[in-house]
Unconditional design. Structure first.
Lengths: 474, 949
């Protein structure tokens, strides 16, 4: 049966499904793991699973993108020194100064208390009440640095390796390299906020890779996939009738152009799309989950409902064989009021993320799944005077915390460190490209082998090559 | 004119030194092969940068190589390649040694591996520098003859790079264009003579040909009447060529020709109506550049002039200052230089943003006009092509005094300035934002009083400050024409601040704000800022450049105007080679220059005239890259495959031309025809090759081979824009007006209303134009915002405007079905077509639908099944209830406020929808029409509709 979500031109023979298959067979391919893997074995399209390039534990990735720049200083990297420096003024010098950083500045202490958690003694601020319970599953990395102080360029760099946009996103590279187990769903799914981030959908674009590897956003409101259903009033039966006429006209045209093999792929696509109209909403339906699970994720609770749904859906998607799921939460761009803004934001994601880790673990999926948590940069220990004192922080490309959990990472460790104010990384310093290379390695891909020829050279996620951060790997 | 173009000639080295002493073969091998190989493949990580030697292995000297690296084993063991880490790592198959070089793309070829093996086997001699230099000189001529050419360039970073050898075929692009000599007597078209196709397919039938030609030259389908006329012409004319010629002339004269060519050119230059990045501000007057391109093609502006205007139009205007209006065209043309995404926010370092512009424009000129990507030479001498980084920065120096500004440029008669009255909707928004800020100001003033009461502080000073602020603002204050807002609260507060009072003695900023106040304040304040860019649309300004010193910009939050003191104020940039491409690491200063592989040009010393010199050098008939680049594109636009397969990259990593002689013949012919693009269409389209059928019949060739050899014509799917324009065209809804401010068709409503973060706020919703005729313009004119892509266009492979698109890709993905089969626009077009045909009362309805969509009559069988479907659907449609959709006059936006981290929502008013006239609605049509629309929807989704043969 032809079941690729994104079949490639002329990849497989056309098979007109019988009416019976439409009535009874629709959900089957999504509902059964056995069947899914059976089909995967037969699949030959661009999304067909491919062997890992290097041995690795993780098979899937859930990427938690805290868009806006979460503050390491108020989350996972305590700086007691700032208690002493609080509100002390100074002026920043240097050629790399943007307008944002110029003028008088003052230090800001974290409004949150910190404590160590788990056997590993991981530092977390007070609002992380649930994540602290799974501290020993996490591997914190405090040495990451990026190039840009501006949101969209830093977002592009974190997501696509290149500050200027237009390059393929990590999820696109990963599905390009590994394919995807489930041929009925996209291999790279994005769960954005209702409001798209700065830089827009280019954050999950396929760039120069083939369109099959583009991130597909499942929209939190309205139709999850655009135009998934015809206008209101058009029934599936009505559409089936139109499709039948289409099939007849296309069949006749194909007969006259027997050498033109693209035609078949295009015809198959219409049948697949028709099936997906029913299948996708079924996949996204969380109502079948038991109440205990839902409340574990914080679904139904106002603060945690939205991100809780995303996390639960992410687990379902990974279970169904989707290779790469990226979740957005934000915006963490707290220039003025860290306590209020970060406090609220942490509460919105804390319980859902902890639930996701526990849930994956109890289902035996955590070993196969790499979880990454990060923003596009960290935040400064100080703030600028903009019409009065406000306890917030500016953008900081020189220090941030990225954490990993799941397959292949050195859980229960904190790697690298920042200076006593959290201004810059000072130990185990790595450019974000090394984080990318490491992420690929954890998924069984070698950045230097995962290349695509475009505009005169072989391009790769890290741009020019990078280094695996061995200390992050178990 | 002070310039020289020296297309490549083979360089031999004249001096032959007598051999001094005897050198072993292995020594020669080292000098000739091993040393350059180490330089190219190893030293980047193993010696060039002493501070960062990878794996501890330094390969700069024999001693250090023998010492080995972290493995503590010598780099090689003389005489024993199979035990030498250097060789084993290069093989990439050994278990103990990591493959080297690490990147798969850099791996050594078999021949290179055999050199290493032979050299180690022969004892691995490593002659010293002096001896190497003698050996190199002694054998230069012989090796040169055997190994390919060296190329003379300026300013290479190392002698190894300067002296490296190129296979002549890798340098094809730089070689002089040589027009092949063809038999004068032959009646065979030169293109066909040069293609020399074996076993060609017969000519396509008349209908297929006119469809092909009409889409190629206008991007629109031929009407049934045009098809019939051409069919009869082709039968009647004694000389068939006349019928073809007449058709081609008619199409070239169509104003839609310019629109079609503009679509191609705008793909190359990355046209968009917004700046991208954080703010994605609208580029209000970019549309005038888009229309300049349309006009240029329609007027058949000679291509050399087209180049010069886009690179140096403003300089040309300077020499001709009296003709202000005519000069508008020249200023508009330079919009080309600014087509890349660009902005400068307060969060960015100005110098870095400036460098982004310089890098962007340097590469863009290279790719667009010279088919040469230059960015590879930004950090080092080009890895594959004879482009030293010195050339890159010399080209960049041509733009070192180029500054960005929207320049005054009166509207031309040829420009379409209709529809400016839509400005009123922006005014409504402006007033609304002002009102919001005023009400928040009142709220803060009230909150301030409450604040004083709560703190039990004396408010005498505050009240005085408020009173004086109120008086100041009532007299006009700092507000410029109502385009920005400074409130009483803010003014009073700043008075208090200036008194150096402690912060807790006067109210904090945004005092007493509720979460939604923060949001509303941002939306209004940033909204006013964004309006400044949108209002630029109706102003007689060109998106342009000027020459001068680089002004000290901190941020750009409104359109830029040219400063009065442009020649005296700011930094006079001294372009230099930048270490690692970093603007804070200048090394050697460079002067304006051109690609030294092709000669040199003499540039003026001052601020002005640099780009004119560059443009003249590019648009020179002897520049082999320029002429080949454009004819190669033209060929691609007609045949769906280029002669040189990477139209933006003629360098050695680009695909070699499949028919180099043909490419040269076309390039030479372009110059002979005075750079006339229209003449080139005539030449190309009158060839047999262009007329050929797509059908593979009884051929021994595979389809791919037949297409590649031009034995058949390669079919293609309609481009995204062609698909939409065709649907509008067959329903009769298409408004064929040329040019003007961008229009806003209806796009998927969820995308239109999708909240989108821009810096500090949310971009406004996509509100379509009020009237159908405004919406139903050609896709070329649709407002193109980098952050909001029309999903219909996107799924059908419209390129994103980040990179130059050298050729469209065609992929078949499921979301295309969702868009085309389920989308509201398709339903609207299907209904409009059904309504059109039924209103025309044709003899046979189904026949007319087929003629309009396919350009032919249905077969008896097709007619029967479509008729049956129509009847069947009429019964179904009788029971379908479709509500008319009401345009939303406001939309509720949900978001997370950045100050509070809390959810907040606001109502965005959509004044543009107030006078919205919807397209024909199902509720306005009877079941019979709606049922015929089902047939139309199917036809518009069918393969025959989408493919061109």
């Amino acid at each position: 049966m032809n079941t690729s979500y994104f079949p490639c031109a002329g990849s497989r023979a056309f098979h007109a499904p019988t009416r019976r298959e439409f009535v009874y067979g629709m959900g089957a391919s999504l509902g059964s793991v056995a069947l899914t893997s059976l089909m995967a074995a037969e699949a030959k399209g661009p999304l067909a699973p491919k062997a890992q390039q290097v041995p690795a534990k993780a098979k899937n990735c859930i990427f938690l993108m805290m868009e806006g720049g979460p503050s390491h200083i108020d989350c996972f990297d305590p700086k007691p020194m700032l208690e002493k420096l609080h509100l002390k003024e100074f002026t920043k010098e240097g050629k790399m100064k943007s307008a944002m950083e110029s003028g008088k500045r003052y230090y800001v202490k974290s409004p949150f208390k910190f404590a160590q958690h788990g056997q590993s003694g991981a530092w977390m601020s007070e609002p992380w009440q649930h994540l602290s319970g799974v501290a020993d599953e996490l591997c914190f990395f405090r040495g990451c640095q990026v190039d840009s102080v501006n949101h969209p360029t830093a977002m592009y760099q974190m997501n696509c390796g290149n500050r200027f946009g237009g390059d393929p996103a990590i999820g696109s590279w990963v599905t390009y390299g590994l394919g995807s187990v489930n041929q009925d769903l996209p291999g790279f799914i994005v769960l954005p906020e209702i409001s798209y981030p700065q830089g827009g959908s280019a954050n999950w674009g396929n760039g120069y890779l083939p369109a099959q590897f583009q991130g597909t956003p499942l929209r939190p409101k309205g139709s999850p996939i655009l135009d998934l259903r015809p206008p209101q009033g058009i029934t599936p039966e009505h559409q089936r009738a139109n499709l039948n006429l289409l099939a007849k006209l296309n069949a006749k045209h194909a007969e006259e152009h027997p050498w033109h093999d693209e035609l078949k792929a295009r015809m198959n696509n219409y049948e697949l799309a028709f099936r997906m109209q029913t299948q996708v909403p079924e996949t996204l339906d969380l109502s079948a989950e038991d109440e205990k699970t839902k409340s574990m994720y914080g679904i139904g609770n106002d603060a945690t409902d939205a991100f809780g749904r995303k996390c639960l859906l992410a687990r379902k998607l990974v279970e169904k064989g989707v290779r790469f799921v990226q979740l957005y939460a934000g915006t963490w761009d707290s220039h003025d009021y860290i306590e209020r803004a970060h406090g609220n934001l942490i509460r919105q994601v804390d319980q859902p993320i902890a639930a996701l880790i526990k849930d994956l673990k109890q289902r035996g999926l955590l070993d196969d799944t790499l979880i990454v948590w990060c923003g596009e940069f960290g935040r400064t220990p100080d703030n600028g005077v903009r019409g009065g004192t406000a306890y917030g922080r500016d953008h900081n490309p020189k220090a941030m915390t990225v954490w990993f959990a799941g397959g292949g990472v050195k859980a229960g460790h904190t790697i690298g460190s920042t200076d006593d104010r959290g201004m810059e990384a000072i130990e185990e310093i790595h450019h974000v490209r090394d984080v990318h290379v490491t992420l690929l390695r954890l998924l069984g891909l070698d950045d230097n082998k995962l290349t695509f020829y475009h505009a005169g050279r072989f391009k790769q996620l890290s741009q020019f090559g990078g280094q695996v951060i061995e200390k992050l790997i178990a | 004119m002070n310039k020289k173009l020296t297309p490549l000639i083979l360089l031999g080295i004249a001096t032959v030194l007598p051999a001094r002493g005897q050198n072993t073969d292995a020594e020669l091998l080292f000098v000739r092969r091993i040393a350059p190989l180490f330089h190219e493949k190893c030293l980047a990580c193993h010696g060039n940068d002493e501070a960062e030697i990878k794996g501890g292995l330094d390969m700069r000297t024999l001693a250090s190589t023998l010492k080995g690296g972290d493995s503590e084993k010598p780099g090689f063991i003389a005489g024993k390649p199979e035990e030498s880490p250097l060789y084993l790592a290069s093989l990439r198959t050994h278990d103990d040694w990591e493959p080297m070089p690490p990147k798969e793309a850099d791996k050594l070829y078999a021949e290179q591996l055999s050199w290493i093996k032979d050299w180690i086997t022969a004892g691995a001699p490593w002659p010293d520098e002096a001896k190497r230099s003698v050996i190199a000189k002694t054998h230069a001529e012989k090796w040169s003859a055997e190994d390919g050419m060296t190329v003379k360039v300026t300013g290479a970073l190392s002698p190894e790079w300067a002296n490296r050898r190129y296979k002549p075929e890798a340098l094809w692009g730089y070689q002089t264009v040589r027009k092949p000599v063809l038999s004068a007597q032959s009646s065979v078209h030169p293109i066909d003579a040069l293609l020399a196709v074996k076993d060609p397919a017969p000519a396509a039938d008349a209908r297929t040909f006119i469809r092909r030609a009409t889409y190629d030259l206008t991007g629109l389908p031929p009407t049934p009447e045009e098809i019939a006329a051409f069919e009869s012409d082709l039968l009647d004319e004694a000389d068939k060529s006349d019928a073809y010629r007449k058709l081609i002339d008619r199409l070239l004269d169509s104003p839609h020709y310019g629109e079609r060519m503009a679509r191609h050119w705008l793909d190359v230059v990355r046209y968009a109506d917004s700046s991208g990045f954080a703010n994605d501000y609208e580029r209000g007057n970019a549309w005038r550049y888009r229309d300049y391109v349309v006009r240029s093609f329609n007027a058949d502006r000679p291509y050399d002039q087209f180049i010069k205007e886009q690179i140096a139009g403003d300089e040309m205007a300077e020499t001709n200052r009296e003709q202000r209006t005519e000069n508008s065209e020249l200023l508009i043309a330079t919009g080309f230089l600014r087509m890349g995404p660009w902005e400068l926010t307060g969060m960015e370092v100005a110098k870095i943003a400036r460098q982004r512009f310089l890098d962007d424009v340097t590469n863009s000129v290279g790719e667009s006009f010279l088919a040469h990507s230059l960015q590879c030479a930004r950090c080092h001498d080009h890895k594959f092509d004879p482009i030293p980084t010195h050339d890159y920065y010399s080209m960049q120096a041509c733009f070192g005094t180029t500054q960005l500004a929207e320049q005054p440029a009166p509207f031309l008669k040829a420009e379409n300035t209709a529809g400016f009255e839509e400005k009123k909707y922006l005014e409504v928004r402006r007033i609304e934002h002002m009102a919001m800020l005023e009400s928040l100001d009142q709220k803060m003033l009230a909150n301030a009083e409450a604040w004083y009461a709560e703190k039990k502080l004396d408010r005498k000073d505050w009240d005085a400050a408020v009173a004086s602020a109120r008086a100041f603002i009532e007299q006009g204050g700092k507000m410029k024409k109502g385009r920005s807002f400074t409130g009483i609260f803010e003014t009073a507060r700043s008075t208090m601040q200036k008194k150096n009072l402690p912060e807790d003695q006067y109210p904090p900023k945004l005092v007493g704000f509720e979460p939604e106040d923060y949001g509303n304040e941002r939306v209004a304040r940033k909204g006013l800022e964004r309006l400044k860019w949108e209002l630029e649309r109706y102003e007689p300004f060109a998106f342009s450049v000027y020459n001068g010193r680089t002004p000290q910009l901190v941020s750009v939050y409104q359109p830029i105007r040219m400063p009065q003191d442009r020649m005296t104020s700011g930094e006079l940039e001294q372009t230099a080679i930048l270490g690692g491409g970093d603007p804070f690491s200048p090394t050697k200063p460079v002067k304006p220059g051109v690609l030294s592989v092709l000669g040199s040009a003499e540039f003026p010393d001052g601020i002005e005239g640099r780009r004119t010199t560059l443009a003249n050098w590019i648009a020179n008939k002897d520049n082999p890259l320029t002429t080949r680049a454009i004819v190669n594109r033209l060929w691609l636009w007609h045949f769906g495959q280029a002669i040189a397969g990477n139209p933006n990259n003629f360098g050695s990593t680009g695909k070699r031309p499949t028919h180099p002689e043909l490419l040269d013949w076309l390039a030479a012919t372009l110059v002979e025809k005075n750079w006339s693009i229209k003449e080139m269409h005539r030449v190309i389209m009158m060839s047999e090759a262009y007329r050929r059928s797509s059908a593979i019949q009884n051929s021994k060739l595979s389809r791919e081979e037949a297409e590649k050899s031009y034995a058949v014509f390669k079919p293609r799917r309609l481009m995204a824009e062609e698909l939409r324009d065709t649907m509008l065209s067959v329903t009769g809804e298409l408004n064929p007006t040329l040019g003007g401010i961008p229009n806003r068709p209806e796009i998927n409503i969820e995308v239109a209303m999708q909240p989108r973060q821009v810096m500090g706020t949310f971009a406004s919703a996509w509100v379509p134009n009020a009237k159908p005729e405004q919406r139903h313009r050609r896709s070329l004119y649709a407002l193109k915002i980098r952050g909001v892509r029309d999903p219909f266009m996107e799924v059908f492979n419209e390129p994103a405007p980040d990179f130059s698109c050298e050729a469209r890709v065609v992929s078949t993905v499921t979301p295309q079905v969702f868009s085309l089969f389920n989308g509201q626009a398709s339903y609207d077009r299907a209904l409009a077509l059904a309504n059109r045909v039924l209103k025309e009362k044709p003899a046979n309805v189904i026949t007319r639908v087929f003629q309009l969509t396919y350009g032919r009559s249905p077969t008896t069988e097709e007619k029967a099944i479509c008729k049956a479907h129509w009847q069947q659907m009429e019964q179904k449609q009788a029971n379908v209830v479709i509500a008319s959709h009401k345009p939303p006059l406001s939309v509720k936006r949900d978001a997370v406020e950045e100050n509070t981290g809390e959810k907040f929502s606001f109502q965005e008013k959509l004044p543009g929808y107030a006078e919205f006239v919807p397209d024909l609605q199902p509720a306005d049509c009877d079941a019979r029409t709606r049922a015929l629309a089902d047939v139309c929807l199917v036809l518009m989704n069918s393969n025959e509709f989408s493919y061109l043969y």
